[in-house]
Design a protein around this ligand. Structure first.
Ligand SMILES: C[S@@+](CC[C@H](N)C(=O)[O-])C[C@H]1O[C@@H](n2cnc3c(N)ncnc32)[C@H](O)[C@@H]1O
Length: 219
């Protein structure tokens, strides 16, 4: 998916993926990961998700990466804080309290950028990417996360021929094929959410599940 696509979505405020509250499945399943407060949580393709504020409120530190300056500035404005801004080879860094957001390309992050992260939270990130980029995303970006890392991944599954992505359908077999090299993958919950997603129904989608996975980095 070209960067221009996402910049245009933010410029046009076409951000149906954004939620006005933290993700309920995050609140339900995160405690089962046993991630210690103080851990730095990586939030790839972060948008302006309130999940980042939830992590900070639980005592975690957050590192997000997001292409759109509009999204990042809206996130901090929404919380009434003025971040410190600096530049690096990764992009523009916005820092306030325990939250650091890099305005840049997630694929430009290297081992050093992610070395301090002990956890990862992926909602509407893997599934935002087309198949060829999903492979790079997991085998290059996730592969840079340190060995003790653990995480939560939330995906969507629907008949892909019924609708064009994003979000794309990423079925369990693909999740295992993508992650099994470097991660133990465990399915925590599968939920039929079609009746709650009118936009999918309007587009003719006949089945829609969300699936939550626990990821544990192999040593
Ligand atoms: C579907 S949205 C999800 C945002 C957020 N995870 C949420 O739950 O609201 C995907 C986001 O990824 C961003 N994005 C897409 N490609 C990216 C890339 N290569 N690097 C950083 N951000 C990217 C887009 O700008 C968009 O805000």
């Amino acid at each position: 998916m070209h960067h221009d696509f996402w910049h245009q979505r933010w410029a046009d405020n076409q951000i149906g993926f954004h939620q006005d509250t933290p993700t309920p499945l995050l609140l339900k399943h995160w405690p089962s990961l046993g991630v210690a407060p103080g851990t730095r949580v990586f939030v790839p393709l972060a948008g302006k998700t309130l999940d980042m504020a939830w992590f900070a409120a639980q005592g975690y530190r957050v590192l997000g990466v997001e292409l759109s300056r509009i999204a990042i500035e809206a996130f901090f404005e929404g919380h009434g804080v003025t971040p410190e801004v600096s530049e690096s080879k990764y992009g523009t860094h916005y820092r306030a309290g325990d939250i650091e957001l890099i305005c840049g390309d997630a694929f430009g992050l290297d081992d050093a950028a992610l070395a301090g992260c002990g956890a990862v939270f992926d909602r509407a990130a893997l599934i935002a990417l087309p198949a060829d980029l999903r492979q790079r995303y997991v085998h290059e970006l996730y592969a840079r996360l340190p060995s003790h890392c653990r995480g939560l991944l939330i995906s969507l599954e629907y008949p892909q021929h019924e609708k064009a992505g994003p979000p794309f359908s990423v079925v369990e077999d693909e999740v295992h094929a993508l992650y099994a090299r470097d991660w133990h993958v465990e399915t925590l919950e599968r939920r039929d959410i079609l009746s709650t997603q009118q936009r999918f129904i309007d587009e003719g989608v006949t089945a829609l599940d969300t699936v939550v996975y626990r990821l544990l980095r192999r040593e």
